[in-house]
Ligand binder design. Structure first.
Ligand SMILES: [Fe+2]
Ligand SMILES: [Fe+2]
Length: 156
């Protein structure tokens, strides 16, 4: 049986019945990119990841977890498209580098999905682990870089 390590998880039991995850994401103004629409999308991703954690912790149901993961993957695509639409519209200078990060993320997500196969609990667990780190890092670094450009184009 695969054993997954999670820094927020003092006790880990992966027996297809019970897993417990600790840390949930909390929105903070430091994550803001100064554009309401995009902040709302980022917040929605926080909410969905937290919902996934709650679902894992409170009597995990395969269908429900699968549904949340499906929503998360679809929403991530929608969100990247939103940012990339503005990059194009504003001729954003770091667009190429930023889009490459989005593609890397998608590839990593697919890699995790392929690795976990039908093991929906393992998938949920790995996804939360990866998403929390990636999202916070992406929000605090690369997403912050378009803040000025978007503001200069009057987006708020
Ligand atoms: Fe981004
Ligand atoms: Fe973003």
């Amino acid at each position: 049986m695969a054993v997954f390590k999670h820094p927020c998880l003092p006790r880990l039991s992966h027996n297809d019945k019970y897993m417990e995850m600790g840390k949930k994401l909390e929105w903070d103004d430091k994550y803001s990119v100064g554009v309401e629409l995009i902040d709302e999308q980022h917040k929605a991703m926080f909410t969905t990841i937290n919902l996934l954690i709650d679902t894992i912790n409170t009597g995990p149901e395969k269908e429900k977890i699968g549904e949340i993961i499906g929503n998360l993957v679809a929403y991530k695509k929608f969100h990247f498209e939103t940012e990339e639409k503005y990059f194009k519209e504003f001729n954003y200078e770091n667009a190429e580098e930023h889009i490459a990060k989005h593609r890397e993320f998608t590839a990593k997500l697919e890699e995790i999905q392929a690795k976990c196969g039908d093991d929906i609990f393992a998938l949920a667990f790995e996804l939360v682990d990866f998403l929390e780190d990636w999202l916070i890092d992406h929000l605090l670094t690369i997403d912050q870089q378009y803040k000025q450009c978007f503001a200069e184009h009057g987006l708020k």
